[in-house]
Design a protein around this ligand. Structure first.
Ligand code: ADE
Length: 248
């Protein structure tokens, strides 16, 4: 079990392909969750579903660390694009994570995590570098294999990911979030919670998100279909390449 890498996904559709690729799969249950142990690219992994939202994701991350002694956690999933130029089909790597619905003002500044003295958690630098290389290689390969699939090459972005217990699917609140956090690349519902747990335990963390929508009034359209046909295969491609490149 030593040196186990945890791959966390929010939804079953996102995990589906990874599970299919898992060698010597072994299923375990804990905290009402399924954990799949096995090998990807000859390396030990645990696959888990975070479920949706910050508390569910934090519980899953804590279980991975406490019960499975994982050495690092990678989150794969989808997100809504916030920054200009972060388009559907693009991939975002989080260098920093912030909980956009954290507000204990006036006791603490807006977005500051009470008693942590910080608003943002950082991705682990070495994990980020490996994931970045893997994502870039995957995107280049998939563009070469099927150039006609998209009119624009899919972009890889790196920067701030905002997380909160709200699906952003309406224009006005999303615009407010954009003005409040102009450097946020995308929004989702788990990353910053997992980042906080990993910070507490000193476990390296990084999240990779495929943009499924622009967090506007059309955000819900074809969401499941997108996850099945695009985000799932992206997760498999990027994680497989990542596992190949891992040392240690
Ligand atoms: N995950 C994917 N799209 C999202 C959105 N628009 N808001 C929150 N989480 C998301």
């Amino acid at each position: 079990m030593l040196h186990t890498t945890a791959i966390l996904s929010a939804l079953a559709e996102e995990q589906h392909g990874l599970l299919a690729a898992l060698r010597q799969p072994r299923r375990m249950e804990r905290a009402g969750r399924e954990f799949w142990l096995g090998e990807l690219q000859g390396r030990n992994v645990v696959l888990a579903l975070s479920k949706i939202g910050k508390v569910a994701a934090a519980t899953t991350a804590t279980t991975l660390i406490e019960r499975f002694a994982v050495r690092r956690i990678v989150f794969t999933g989808v997100a809504g694009g916030l920054a200009r130029g972060v388009q559907v089909g693009d991939v975002v790597l989080g260098t920093e994570y912030l909980q956009h619905d954290m507000d204990a003002s006036p006791l603490f500044p807006r977005h500051e995590i009470p008693l942590y003295g910080r608003k943002r958690f950082q991705a682990d630098a070495s994990l980020l570098a490996t994931l970045s290389g893997a994502a870039r290689a995957f995107l280049e390969r998939s563009a070469a294999i099927s150039p006609s699939q998209t009119s624009m090459p899919r972009q890889l972005h790196q920067g701030l990911i905002a997380s909160g217990d709200r699906f952003m699917g309406e224009h006005a609140p999303t615009q407010a979030l954009r003005s409040e956090l102009p450097d946020a690349l995308c929004v989702e519902m788990e990353g910053a919670a997992v980042a906080q747990v990993c910070f507490d335990y000193g476990v390296p963390f990084c999240a990779v998100r495929t943009i499924s929508d622009r967090a506007d009034d059309d955000a819900h359209v074809d969401f499941s279909q997108f996850i099945r046909s695009v985000a799932g295969p992206y997760a498999v491609g990027i994680v497989t390449e990542f596992m190949r490149r891992l040392d240690g």
